[in-house]
Unconditional design. Structure first.
Length: 229
């Protein structure tokens, strides 16, 4: 049950809550909201695109408490699937959920980036509802400011590009920036677009962190050029 807060103290309480969510080095989305099978159309596309590979190597970056990993397991029964999240409590929850499943092809790691992951390794990377910040939407912020910086976004997607095998798939859904604004995008082809009703309401910013009025960016799946997956 939420504690009762007198009306006069609510602005103060809200300010304190915001303070608690102050930027943490390397963290993007501070909220861990997730759902089982949250993006069925996107997962189905990935399963079809990777149908020729019996055990594709998958990375769920920003896996929260594991729903994404377990949704992927339904579609990729033999795939090695790795879940990474910056929040160690989320990773503990993933490990607890996987205990007893007898699935030694699942692995989890608390980390803020892909720095420790091998190069050219993954057949698909899923980074869904991670490279964004919910407070920007709530505040209708005109600048992404210190909550989300384009340079950090670019560093993250550079890491994904390095870790993907040639022909590998990168899925980016609900981001505050456009993948097409990054240098890494030159090595990818867009292969999947979201429909308007499959998009979240998160705001879009340009490379300088300025709001793109009414900005929508529908490409969500990208294939790294080269032969492979
Ligand atoms: C809204 S949840 C998304 C969960 C899941 N991908 C989904 O779409 O349902 C965002 C997650 O991203 C994680 N996250 C934020 N910044 C991160 C970073 N730098 N490295 C790894 N995980 C991060 C958060 O801890 C949180 O669990």
């Amino acid at each position: 049950m939420r504690p009762f807060i007198p009306a006069a103290l609510r602005p103060l309480a809200a300010a304190m809550r915001r303070r608690l969510r102050k930027p943490v080095a390397g963290r993007f989305q501070p909220y861990s909201f997730t759902l089982p099978d949250r993006y069925p159309w996107l997962f189905d596309f990935a399963a079809e695109a990777l149908a020729g590979k019996p055990a594709p190597r998958l990375l769920s970056f920003g896996c929260s408490r594991g729903d994404e990993v377990f949704s992927l397991r339904q579609r990729f029964p033999d795939a090695p699937i790795r879940g990474i999240d910056i929040n160690p409590a989320n990773i503990d929850a993933c490990i607890a959920r996987s205990r007893g499943l007898n699935d030694d092809r699942l692995s989890f790691q608390a980390a803020p980036d892909t720095g420790a992951e091998p190069s050219g390794h993954y057949d698909a990377i899923f980074c869904l509802a991670v490279l964004c910040h919910g407070d920007l939407t709530v505040r209708r912020a005109r600048r992404s400011g210190r909550l989300m910086r384009f340079a950090d976004f670019e560093r993250a997607v550079d890491g994904f590009s390095r870790c993907l095998a040639p022909g590998g798939l990168l899925f980016l859904h609900t981001t505050n920036f456009r993948f097409s604004d990054t240098a890494a995008a030159a090595a990818f082809d867009a292969v999947l677009e979201a429909r308007p009703d499959q998009m979240a309401t998160d705001l879009l910013y340009d490379r300088n962190g300025l709001l793109v009025p009414n900005g929508r960016y529908y490409p969500v799946g990208f294939r790294k050029r080269g032969t492979g997956a």
